[in-house]
Design a protein around this ligand. Structure first.
Ligand code: APR
Length: 316
């Protein structure tokens, strides 16, 4: 039986993710979007590259949700970016943007779960940790089937900067970034190595701290360069999660996961290492953090909680 992935939102991240999925021949793809014609066009354009690239998949686009029925995995990228209101000329506040995207994510989630009640939803829409809460709340899915893309991207950026600084292959850099998907994220140098060699044996502390800071501001760096948010690395990070689920690879990836006591947090999505397989988030790995690392994670959790509170859901 062929696997099926629905990508909600055919913008920059959604269409790039479709490209990675097709090039890896992971699954049939349904692209959706609110903009008429956009998902159909992207799907057709991508399908027409099949004969050249040699992938054989069904790639379709739609503005409604019937065609998404029985998806194995849903990659949720639909959302409204922070931009000026054309009428008032004002930018929405952070809290206003949370409410705008809460509304988008709620409505779309209702539709998705009607047609794919057994799917696994990978959330990408920002503010990420809060939008995971919305998807979980509206879908009623167990925590195993609502997973946020956070650490996969942050870790990829961290590894890229380390490889660039040391002049070594990214393939040999290992590390992990925990916490919320925001400036308070928690890269862990104690758990970072190059081919097993601890990073502090290879890099001076000031350089390492500069890389940690650059990782935390990694999204902003790209917005400054491109005038819009990034999409190649966000899409490939998301597809690495989708791939691990579809192929039951049991990869260990830092994801935003609904914690129920692990790390001392309850009822909060936050980035921690977990095992991703056919059942979705199959296991939370609880690391032995030292006091400094735990304090940073606490700080990140506090920042996530302040955004989640804007959603107005009663605490579980
Ligand atoms: N239903 C379906 N699609 C929608 C809806 C909706 N209700 N509302 C918006 N969209 C679509 C938009 O039409 C657009 O095509 O979501 C798409 C978002 O695409 P972009 O604006 O290009 O944003 P992108 O860069 O893809 O980022 C998507 O991922 O990394 C995060 O912060 C990022 O939240 C953002 C999300």
């Amino acid at each position: 039986m062929r696997k099926k992935v629905t990508i909600v939102g055919s913008g920059a991240v959604g269409s790039t993710a479709a490209h990675w999925i097709a090039s890896k021949e992971l699954a049939d793809v349904v692209l959706t979007d609110i903009v008429q014609g956009l998902p159909q066009g992207i799907a057709l354009d991508l399908a027409e590259s099949g004969p050249v690239e040699g992938f054989d998949l069904h790639i379709t686009g739609a503005n409604s949700y019937e065609t998404t029925a029985d998806s194995d995995v849903i990659l949720f990228t639909a959302g409204v970016p922070r931009r000026k209101d054309p009428v008032t000329g004002k930018f929405p506040s952070r809290d206003e943007l949370v409410k705008i995207n809460q509304d988008v994510v709620s409505k779309v989630t209702e539709e998705l779960v009607k047609y794919s009640p057994n799917s696994i939803i990978v959330v990408v829409t920002n503010p990420l940790d809060a939008m995971c809460h919305v998807v979980k709340h509206v879908s009623g899915f167990p925590r195993e089937r609502v997973i946020g893309q956070a650490g996969a991207l942050d870790t990829a950026r961290y590894k890229t900067f380390i490889a660039m600084e040391l002049g070594v292959s990214v393939e040999d850099v290992h590390g992990i970034v925990l916490g919320g998907h925001g400036d308070e994220m928690v890269p862990l140098p104690r758990h970072t190595s190059v081919a097993g060699i601890p990073i502090r044996e290879l890099m001076a502390e000031d350089k390492l701290q500069a890389i940690i800071e650059r990782t935390r501001k990694g999204g902003g760096e790209l917005v400054n360069l491109m005038g819009r948010s990034a999409y190649y690395a966000p899409a490939s990070a998301s597809v690495s999660m989708v791939e691990s689920i579809l192929k039951d690879k049991k990869r260990v990836i830092a994801c935003a996961v609904y914690l129920q006591g692990e790390y001392g947090y309850n009822d909060l999505f936050i980035g921690v290492p977990c095992v991703l397989g056919a059942k979705g988030m199959e296991k939370v790995i609880v690391m032995d953090l030292n006091a400094e690392e735990k304090a940073m994670l606490d700080n990140s959790a506090k920042a996530v909680r302040s955004v989640v509170d804007v959603l107005g859901y009663a605490k579980a």
